[in-house]
Design a protein around this ligand. Structure first.
Ligand code: TXA
Ligand code: MG
Length: 309
């Protein structure tokens, strides 16, 4: 199917991907059509290993060090594309850079056997919650797909962390994700610069583009829950109003941010499908994978395009 330019949903350790041969323009175009994704938003190209990645992109020393430390794993590096790389321009949105990662497990084996990179965004309709199970993929895109490979629930549960080494050597965080900033900084030996504060200012969600949008209203940093609301609970301490909540879903009873990341999208989907008026979410510490969890929650809580229509 990949060789015929047909997109296939595949499991990765972060979220399920909608994969096509990154060198076949038809397959890459089909990804955008199936997702309803704007064509200027580039895709991540998945490789079997660093050697394969070096055939398509230039690695500066810091990017190579990060790749050696964290691949396979939930780290995407944005790198200058080699001329005549063979990557379909549609996969990079026409940019002269390419986002590359080496996934863990089945996806990596598949790419190694296929021998060519796979372009794959998350396998959800554009703007909706990313899928962490084959069932989620089926719910969102099943009617448009010929094949969904089921590898069980994704172990990391949030998308990869995206970083870029700038021409002046600074290391920039483009998207917090399944690899913590602390882990990256420990290997890089330099600070990871954040873009304009997207996660620190969750009090001002109007500044954020909506994404990962459930239908229900999302209320962050909740210390109480109203009757009829769902509670996404972090930690084990009682929350005011909990006994009258429509639904209480534990992100992590132990207060573990990595466990919260792994459960986040599935629980948001469960709360949304229960038809609650609002989803109240406990405060999540802004450390480790908490940074990615808070980023996705802030986007889920941001005003939707339809709110303006
Ligand atoms: O964990 C993940 O990263 C998952 C799995 C399937 O690997 N993929 C994923 O892809 O989250 P997607 O398409 O949902 O998000 C890709 C992000 C987009 O925000 C895109 O803008 C950014 O990567 N990106 C890709 N190439 C880029 C580039 N050359 N420069 C800057 N950003 C880039
Ligand atoms: Mg996505």
């Amino acid at each position: 199917m990949l060789a015929r330019g047909l997109p296939v949903a595949i499991p990765t350790e972060t979220v399920y991907g909608l994969a096509a041969d990154a060198t076949e323009p038809d397959g890459v175009r089909a990804i955008y059509t199936v997702k309803g994704r704007p064509s200027f938003n580039p895709l991540i190209c998945h490789m079997a290993d660093l050697a394969m990645a070096e055939r398509y992109a230039h690695f500066d020393p810091l990017s190579r060090r990060l790749a050696e430390a964290f691949w396979p794993g939930p780290l995407t590096l944005v790198l200058p594309l080699k001329p005549d790389s063979g990557i379909a321009p549609a996969a990079t949105g026409g940019l002269d850079t390419v986002g590359i990662r080496v996934p863990q497990g089945f996806a990596r084996t598949l790419i190694a056997r296929y021998g060519k990179p796979l372009a794959a965004p998350s396998a959800n309709p554009s703007g909706r919650i990313s899928p962490t199970t084959a069932g989620h993929v089926d719910d969102g895109l099943g009617e448009k797909l010929a094949l969904i490979l089921d590898g069980g629930p994704a172990s990391v549960g949030v998308e990869s962390t995206i970083v870029k080494v700038e021409a002046d050597g600074t290391l920039r965080l483009l998207r917090p994700g399944g690899l913590s900033a602390e882990a990256i900084e420990a290997v890089a030996g330099v600070a990871l610069l954040r873009k304009a504060a997207a996660t620190a200012t969750i009090e001002a969600p109007g500044m954020l583009a909506s994404h990962y949008a459930p239908r229900a209203f999302v209320r962050l940093n909740a210390h109480d829950v109203a009757p009829g609301e769902a509670l996404l609970k972090f930690g084990s301490l009682p929350v005011a109003g909990e006994d009258q909540a429509a639904l209480v879903l534990p992100l992590s009873e132990a207060g573990d941010v990595a466990e919260a990341a792994a459960r986040l999208f599935d629980l948001m989907k469960q709360a949304d499908e229960a038809g609650v008026s609002a989803i109240a979410v406990s405060p999540i510490p802004q450390e480790g994978l908490g940074e990615a969890v808070n980023d996705r929650l802030a986007r889920a809580a941001a005003p939707r395009p339809e709110d303006y229509e």
